[in-house]
Design a protein. Structure first.
Length: 183
């Protein structure tokens, strides 16, 4: 059985080789083989995250081994800090943009909170409040976040995803702009 298995690939190679030789003998050139597709980039790691951001055209500031911040233009004049971090499992890249702060998320006007929750249903980006324990006085920060699968993320893929994320932030501006919330 082992001899038969070994002979089958050899037979296939001989058939293709004799076919190519016969075509050359007939004056027909053998068409070149198409190049192999480039391998998909491997997952982003703590070591490669900063380089990915630089290769995508950004100037990141490193917060720790797996967390960088880049300034992004959302409303024109002011830059918003966008945090890019790697999940503990390494399976996700997280994008977070701090959009505003409130003294207490429990006191957000009900209509504003309802609108944020409604927008969360559409995904994949969503709004979250996070308590700032180091802020004086204490306050809750409003973020829009997006998780990306950490597979095949090239600089071009990252940049396209980030641009789409920023478009989503701009499109929901009336919902998250704290200054426009009813009092």
């Amino acid at each position: 059985m082992r001899c038969v298995r070994a002979a089958v690939p050899l037979l296939i190679v001989l058939v293709f080789a004799s076919d190519a030789a016969s075509q050359q003998g007939r004056g027909r050139p053998v068409p070149p083989r198409p190049p192999a597709p480039a391998p998909a980039p491997g997952p982003i790691t703590q070591v490669t995250l900063g380089q990915l951001l630089r290769d995508a055209g950004y100037t990141p500031t490193q917060k720790n081994d797996a967390w960088y911040t880049i300034p992004v233009d959302i409303l024109g004049a002011s830059k918003y800090p966008l945090d890019v971090s790697l999940s503990e499992s390494g399976e996700k890249l997280w994008l977070h943009v701090h959009l505003g702060s409130v003294p207490d998320a429990a006191r957000v006007p009900p209509a504003a909170l309802a609108r944020l929750l409604q927008l969360n249903d559409g995904g994949p980006a969503h709004f979250i409040f996070r308590r700032c324990e180091t802020c004086a006085p204490l306050k809750d920060k409003l973020y829009m976040t997006l998780a990306m699968d950490n597979r095949g993320v090239s600089p071009a893929v990252f940049k396209a995803t980030l641009e789409k994320f920023i478009e989503e932030i701009r499109a929901t501006r009336d919902a998250w702009l704290v200054q426009r919330w009813p009092k």
